[in-house]
Design a protein around this ligand. Structure first.
Ligand SMILES: [Zn+2]
Length: 375
C-alpha cells in the first residue's frame, strides 16, 4: 500500500528491528507506544513525549468517540491537529474498552450496543462504525474491530469469540477500503489455545492486513502463560509485516516479547505509575513515597538524562509525591517514558548488532541488583 511500509533491518534469534514508514514519519521498531487515552498523554506536553524518543502514540477510540466526539475532532482538523501531535497515531478499535468500561453491553453478530460510562447515553459499535470513527479521528494505524474475552474463559467461549472476531475482521477490511498512507491491522485471537491461534492467523492472512496484532493477552493470564503463547503465536504471523502485542507491559514483559518476535507494544503503565509515585529504572521499580528517600540528595537514576534525574533529588521527588503536587506526576511520567524509550533504543541497537542475548542478560542482571542501597 502506498505511503505505508515495513522494512526489517536485522534479526537476532527471533528478535527483530526495523522501520515502519508512514507519511507522518518513521516508527523505529521494536517500538513502545505511550498511551494518549483522551487526546493527551497525561501530565506531558506532546513535545515532551517526542523528546523521550516516542515515534508514535496510541489513542483510544472508545474514549474519544464519547468525549469530545469523533465528528467534533474531525471538524477541528483531526486528532493530530486537535492534540498538537504531528507524528503517527495508532487508534484501538474500541472493542476492548467497550467490554471493560461501559455499562449494559449487548453483543450480537452485528456489533455491541452499550451505555456510556460517562453519561449513560446509548451507543453502538460495529466493525463498520469503528472504521468510520477511526477515519474521523484520522489515525495512521487503524485496528480491526474485535471481541476479547477475559481469561480464564472456557474453550468454547474463546473459540466462538475468535470466530466472531474473524468475521468482524473481514467486515473491518471491507469497510476500511483503500486509504493510501493509512494502515489497517488485523488482530489474532484464540486465548491460550495454539490451534485456535493458528486458525485465527490463517483467517487474518487470507483477508490480508498491513500489520498483525496479537490480541487477547495481558488480560490476567500471567507472564509465563503469555510468553508460552507468544512462543508459537508470533511464528504464525507473516514475517514481512509488523507484529503488535496489545497492552504490554512491564519492562521485563517487553524484553521477553521482543525476544519472541514482537515489534510494537503499548501500555498505560509508565504514565499511570508515574502519577502514583512509582518509577521504573534499570534496577527495577522504585516507590518514591517510601520514607527512605526523604533525605536522599542523589538522583533517581544517576545515568538517566531525563529532567527528573538531571535536576532533582530523590528527596525532592519524595516531597512532591507525598504533598500531592502536580509536578510529581509530571516528572515521574517523564522519567518513566524516557526509561521505556531508552530501553527500546537499547533493544534496537542490540538486535542490530547481533548482541540481543547479551543485552537481555545484562537487563536482568541490573534488575536483580535492585535499587541503590539507602545512605
Ligand atoms: Zn530519569
Amino acid at each position: 500500500m502506498s505511503g505505508f511500509s515495513f522494512t526489517l533491518d536485522a534479526t537476532c534469534g527471533k528478535a527483530r528491528t526495523g522501520r515502519i514508514s508512514t507519511p507522518r514519519g518513521e516508527i523505529r521498531t521494536p517500538a513502545f507506544m505511550p498511551v494518549g487515552t483522551a487526546g493527551t498523554v497525561k501530565a506531558m506536553l506532546p513535545d515532551s513525549v517526542a523528546a523521550t524518543g516516542a515515534d508514535i502514540l496510541l489513542g483510544n477510540t472508545y474514549h474519544l468517540m464519547l468525549r469530545p466526539g469523533a465528528e467534533r475532532v474531525a471538524r477541528l482538523g483531526g486528532l493530530h491537529a486537535f492534540m498538537n501531535w504531528d507524528r503517527p497515531i495508532l487508534t484501538d478499535s474500541g472493542g476492548f474498552q467497550v467490554m471493560s468500561l461501559s455499562d449494559l453491553r449487548k453483543l450480537t453478530e452485528d456489533g455491541v450496543t452499550f451505555k456510556s460510562h460517562i453519561d449513560g447515553s446509548r451507543h453502538m459499535f460495529s466493525p463498520e462504525k469503528s472504521m468510520e470513527i477511526q477515519k474521523l479521528l484520522g489515525s495512521d494505524i487503524v485496528m480491526a474491530f474485535d471481541e476479547c474475552p477475559a481469561l480464564p474463559a472456557p474453550r468454547d467461549r474463546i473459540e466462538a469469540s475468535m470466530r466472531l472476531s474473524m468475521r468482524w475482521a473481514q467486515r473491518s477490511r471491507d469497510a476500511f477500503g483503500d486509504r493510501p498512507g493509512h494502515a489497517l491491522f488485523g488482530i489474532q485471537q484464540g486465548g491460550l489455545e495454539p490451534d485456535l491461534r493458528a486458525e485465527s492467523a490463517k483467517a487474518l492472512k487470507a483477508i490480508g492486513f498491513d500489520g498483525y496484532a496479537v490480541g487477547g493477552l495481558a488480560v490476567g493470564e500471567g507472564q509465563e502463560a503469555m510468553f508460552a503463547c507468544l512462543d508459537t503465536a508470533c511464528d504464525m504471523l507473516p514475517e514481512d509485516r509488523p507484529r503488535y502485542l496489545m497492552g504490554v507491559g512491564k519492562p521485563d514483559d517487553i524484553v521477553g516479547a521482543v525476544a519472541r518476535g514482537i515489534d510494537m507494544m503499548d501500555c498505560v503503565l509508565p504514565s499511570r505509575s508515574g502519577r502514583t509515585g512509582q518509577a521504573w529504572t534499570r534496577r527495577g521499580q522504585v516507590n518514591l513515597r517510601n520514607a527512605r528517600h526523604a533525605d536522599d540528595p542523589r538522583p533517581l537514576d544517576e545515568a538517566c538524562t531525563c529532567p527528573a534525574c538531571r535536576s532533582y533529588s530523590r528527596a525532592y521527588l519524595h516531597h512532591v509525591v507525598r504533598s500531592g503536587e502536580m509536578i510529581a506526576g509530571m516528572l515521574l511520567t517523564w522519567h518513566n517514558l524516557h526509561y521505556y524509550q531508552e530501553l527500546m533504543a537499547g533493544i534496537r541497537a542490540a538486535v542490530a548488532a547481533g548482541t540481543f542475548a547479551g543485552f537481555e542478560a545484562g537487563f536482568h542482571a541490573a534488575r536483580a541488583e535492585g535499587d541503590i542501597p539507602p545512605r
